[in-house]
Ligand binder design. Structure first.
Ligand code: SAM
Ligand code: DTB
Ligand code: SF4
Length: 355
């Protein structure tokens, strides 16, 4: 895990005994005070003004048996997304090479599965090895994993496994009924025990209360060790999903930008070493809100026009935003700087467009 870059006491840096009251008190701070504190923690632990560019690829789309109320890929959603088979390894590697040439240093592969089947593992392992050989950090999100599957991914060299807790323990069963928060935490434990970096976060703007957002951050910040990566998604409301339709009927339930930035800041303060990833929902976020997120400690975005199935901001818009804000694309993720210095291929053409 990353080591603190300053004299910030390790006990603060790594503490996982946060109480809900302490986290609620952070959320209750005057906004500028909260953002100021988060920015201080960010600067003490990460290079200022640097944001990692990551690319997402859906390697298996739609037809998922789970009933996550936000997700267009669930069989329960009437979203028009067609189920596909797992992509061929060669196709995934071609897409990864394009992502690398466009400046990404991280390639995340997502499958709409409740869990991978053992017969899928050989292809998955080839994908991890191939993307890694290109010098990019690898992340996979495939649903629940057994300890054996986590061990196989670790042996293949997988850097991160993404598995979100999504919301507070109290709200969980109103969003998903086909698996429990405990199931989710068990997979995170299998991933951690296999020595893979944990990527776990959730979604803000699903009609939850502030207490739920506190509970969500609290659950992550009190895991046996902090996730090395915390994606904070703003719900992309998709027609035909339970939550997308609910929000269409009650637009006032949509998250306000100030509360979204507060959530990013709380993640940054409570988990200082983590990469905090400003994930889904940027396409409908103003540049100023995104700038506030970067000030409050977000240091990674997904690039390109598409996430897994939902639209994303697009490279040209992002390059323009980076130029206006004076942000730099992080050449390699800080936690892997030395490893990646050797792995990084020469001539990542579009990196320069991002500063
Ligand atoms: N099936 C795997 C799983 O659920 O872990 C991997 C893919 S799943 C799409 C990855 C994450 O994307 C979810 O956990 C959720 O946090 C996020 N997500 C899915 N749909 C979303 C939406 N409409 N808006 C925001 N985030 C979303
Ligand atoms: C995460 O927390 N956000 C990314 C990544 N992990 C895999 C996924 C966002 C998906 C948004 C909805 C879609 O594209 O279908
Ligand atoms: Fe399936 Fe993942 Fe979508 Fe849930 S979030 S329905 S598990 S693809």
């Amino acid at each position: 895990m990353t080591q603190p870059r300053t004299d910030q006491p390790l006990s603060d840096w790594a503490r996982n005994d946060w109480t809900r009251e302490e986290i609620a008190a952070l959320f209750d701070l005057p906004f500028t005070e909260l953002v100021f504190r988060a920015a201080e923690v960010h600067r003490a632990n990460h290079p200022a003004n640097e944001v990692q560019l990551s690319t997402l690829l859906s390697i298996k789309t739609g037809g998922c048996q789970e009933d996550c109320g936000y997700c267009a890929q669930s069989v329960k959603a009437d979203s028009g997304i067609k189920a596909t088979k797992l992509l061929a390894v060669q196709e995934v590697l071609q897409r990864a090479a394009q992502a690398r040439d466009n400046g990404s240093t991280r390639f995340c592969m997502g499958a709409a599965w409740r869990n991978p089947k053992d017969r899928d593992m050989p292809a998955i392992i080839e994908m991890v090895k191939g993307v890694r050989a290109m010098g990019m950090e690898t992340c996979m999100t495939l649903g629940m994993l057994t300890p054996e599957q986590a061990g196989m991914l670790s042996a293949a060299g997988l850097d991160y496994y993404n598995h979100n807790i999504d919301t507070s323990p109290e709200r969980y069963d109103q969003v998903i009924t086909t698996r429990t928060m405990e199931d989710r935490l068990d997979t995170l434990s299998n991933v951690r025990m296999a020595g893979i970096n944990v990527c776990s976060g959730g979604i803000v703007g699903m009609g939850e209360t502030r207490a739920d957002r506190v509970g969500f951050i609290h659950t992550l910040a009190t895991l046996p060790s902090h996730p090395q990566s915390v994606p904070v998604n703003a719900l992309v409301p998709v027609k035909g999903t339970v939550l997308g339709d609910m929000l269409a009927d009650t637009p006032l339930a949509r998250i306000d930008d100030v509360e979204f930035v507060r959530t990013v800041a709380a993640a940054r303060i409570t988990m200082p070493g983590a990469m905090v990833r400003l994930s889904a929902g940027r396409e409908s976020m103003s540049e100023m809100t995104q700038a506030m997120c970067f000030l409050a400690g977000a240091n990674s975005i997904f690039t390109g026009d598409k996430l897994l199935t939902a639209p994303n901001a697009g490279d040209d818009n992002d390059a323009a935003m980076f130029a206006r804000l004076g942000l730099k694309a992080m050449a390699v993720q800080q936690t892997e700087a030395e490893v990646a210095a050797e792995r990084m291929p020469k001539g990542c053409a579009k990196l320069e467009a991002f500063g």
